[in-house]
Design a protein around this ligand. Structure first.
Ligand code: MEV
Length: 315
């Protein structure tokens, strides 16, 4: 990233939803964890010109008060406006560069991570600190712009960089993971927008409310059982609950043939459990493995068509 003169640099991690996506939008609990090794980066540099932002991936630049080249640059401009407004900086100057190693539209929280990294870098540029609580709120504002009706779980895990047990409107609960969990993440290669997946679930909810509520309740129960399994180091039980969660998400209508194929391939190769992760309809899936199965599961996922496979240890 070309950022040489007095730069203020920051980064934030990707995330996985371990269990509970979608139902969490409707008030059920969910569990999420950061992926420390996969990150978004921001670099803010002082200058005398109006504050601007450049996205390396989108190959787009926009200044805070300038006309937009096209609509896709609007959220970038809104990010500058939200951050400057929060800090009360009336005529901000400087250049912000954002870039991300997190696949876009893959359910791994790339939008939240970019926002968190960018706002932290801007805070430093403005000579201010920002407590996690305030940052969480600002990233949530950005999530609303990206996704419409986010639950708040993505911004929370990305900002606090710890495994969380999240329930909308309740105090933050950081999770203790008794035994490190080895997780493999595989990308279907099919980009999927969280906004669309959330919209599909909303439509189902509007059309078949009581049946959909029943699914949410069952997902909520799976999540609370999984919390216990995580806190007690019961990995076999956790894997079984992930499988059950995937089954319920399929019923909810947000899996895809590619996701199901990767889930089945990982289980056949010895994973203890597997499920889609995030918005679904494409994007990424996760599998719970141990030291003896990780390589076989990675291989099986590549053979089943995953375009990228990474693994990390959640602790
Ligand atoms: C996206 O990572 C998780 C969803 O539950 C949406 C949300 O909670 O905002 C699908």
């Amino acid at each position: 990233m070309p950022c040489n003169r007095h730069p203020f640099k920051s980064s934030a991690p990707a995330k996985i939803i371990l269990l509970g996506e979608h139902a969490v939008v409707y008030g059920m609990p969910a569990i999420a964890a950061p992926i420390q090794s996969l990150r978004a980066y921001a670099c803010a540099q002082p200058s005398d010109t109006m504050l601007s932002i450049r996205s390396v991936e989108l190959e787009k630049s926009v200044a805070m008060d300038a006309p937009l080249p096209d609509d896709s640059a609007r959220p970038m401009q809104q990010l500058l406006q939200i951050a400057s407004g929060h800090f009360g900086v009336r005529k901000p100057t400087g250049n912000l560069v954002i870039r991300s190693d997190i696949p876009f539209a893959g359910g791994l929280g790339s939008g939240a991570a970019v926002s968190a990294a960018a706002i932290r870098a801007l805070a430093a540029l403005f000579g201010r600190g920002i407590p996690n609580e305030d940052l969480n709120q600002l990233v949530f504002e950005m999530e609303k712009i990206h996704h419409g009706t986010p639950s708040g779980i993505d911004n929370t895990v990305v900002v606090y960089e710890r495994p969380v047990y999240f329930e909308r409107g309740k105090d933050l609960e950081l999770l203790t993971v008794e035994r490190p969990c080895h997780i493999v993440i595989a990308d279907t290669g099919r980009a999927a927008m969280t906004r669309e997946a959330v919209g599909r679930v909303r439509q189902r909810y509007d059309e078949r409310q009581s049946e959909t509520e029943e699914l949410f309740l069952r997902i909520g129960q799976v999540v609370s059982d999984a919390r216990h399994a995580l806190e007690c180091g019961e990995q076999g039980r956790l894997g079984a609950l992930m499988n059950e969660n995937h089954r319920l998400l399929r019923q909810l209508g947000i899996s895809s043939p590619e996701l199901d194929e990767l889930v089945d391939a990982s289980i056949a190769a010895g994973a203890m459990g597997a499920k889609l992760s995030g918005g679904g309809m494409g994007g990424n899936m996760i599998a719970l493995v141990d030291g003896s199965t990780v390589q076989a599961v990675r291989r099986a996922l590549s053979l089943a068509g995953a375009v990228s496979v990474v693994d990390f240890v959640l602790n």
